[in-house]
Design a protein around this ligand. Sequence first.
Ligand code: UD1
Ligand code: UDP
Length: 440
Amino acid sequence: MKIAIVLGTRPEIIKMASVIDEIKRRNIEIVLIHTGQHYDKEMSENFFIDLNLPTPDYNINVGSGSHGRQTALMMNGIEEVLINEDVDIVLVQGDTNAVLAGALISSKLHIPVGHIEAGLRSFDDTMPEEINRKTADVCSKMYFVPTEESAINLISEGISRKQIFITGNTIVDACYRNLKIANKRNINEKSLADLDIDNLSNILTLTIHRAENVDNKVRLKNIVESLKELKNMNLIFPIHPRTKKNLEEFGLLKELEELNNIHIIKPVGYLDFLALLSKSSLILTDSGGLQEEAITLNIPVLTLRYNTERPETVETGGNILVGSSKEKIIETINKILNNKEFRDKMKNAKNPYGDGSAGFKILDAIEKFYFNDLLKIESPEDIMLSFKREIANIKEDITVKEFEDKNNSSVKMIYNEKMYFPYDDLNMKDMIVVYDKFNL
Ligand code: UD1
Ligand code: UDP
């Protein structure tokens, strides 16, 4: 078997790491394609070093640019590679333009796509990431979802349950594998050495880069104004290049730099960043990955957004959405700092993203599909089975699998007052089932 991996930005490198390790461990051939969307050493190469990853076989060097230009160049470059490399599956991760380009061009070439972190939805189509992940999910053959909640999003969009694998999120693999290594590192190896984080208290780690925050002067100014109020915390702010550029352009960088409790630093490598997180009392962010890492590392997180495609973190109590409202940010931070019970409740929120074995589960599922000849995408030679979509109210003890066998059908959705993921062995008694009835 030969697997191609498409990645292009910092979070994709981090979240693909355990998958790449597992592919190598199983001696499966790998083709690593970097789109070059992130190209600064601090945004790309350092993560290959920290996570011990192989140098990409191809770099498309797309660089920065508009969405259309970036996506088109990536598709062109990925197509050229895939035409020459006879791969069995292409893996993409998350919701960046690399995911859109990789999934779209692979599906056009009839190469199966495995989408890692599939099924997330913010239900906000103004986010480029929402369009990317939804399009990638239309193009995919295998869906590796972090939670049941994301699996149900896909089920309600009509995706077959047989293509969905609930694996947890590979970010947990990355955190668990690297945290000890990060904390044992010699101080000289650390790019954070100047900061002496071991002797700083009340650390608040801050990251912002989301287009809807940093491209919007009003929102960015509100956030900056709220930072000025956090005088009792040490703010550590590894700054994303997009954010730095916009803070400068909007004339906001200088006033931030003048605060004596803020440390604005270059983006840091993964090991240093994990060490920093593990010393932090609080995280303030609009990052997707950080919402997941916070709940994995038991650190309260405030998310500088009005919605999230990671609602599990809010439901379990580890994450609070504060938008870009100065009042809400300050009020929530004060509540966390001054109320131990509230703080502990946030810290102890259950991690919904699994036990750190996502990479292993993803490869198990791929091998199962490959060895059962389920990966092939071929033009059909059998006349299609006509089917009718039906609905039934189940009154007997019967599992999903038994129902399908008995009724020559495929179960699409089941629910009573809420929707459930249709596991093979789930008893459907007292539930409503929507199913496709095949007409042989
Ligand atoms: C991208 C992803 C976003 C993801 C983020 C992770 C899309 C649409 N966006 O956003 O989902 O959360 O990566 O960090 O795919 N720049 C540099 N050096 C670099 C990279 C970027 O200076 O190495 C600057 C350029 O000015 C560029 C800007 O940052 O125009 C934005 O970069 P871009 O890759 O377009 O989007 P991100 O904001 O990084
Ligand atoms: N990260 C890092 N160094 C930094 C900032 C972030 O290693 O200076 C890591 C962080 O631990 C997380 C990932 O980068 O795993 C998140 O990336 P980002 O916020 O850029 O993207 P998103 O997750 O929002 O797509």
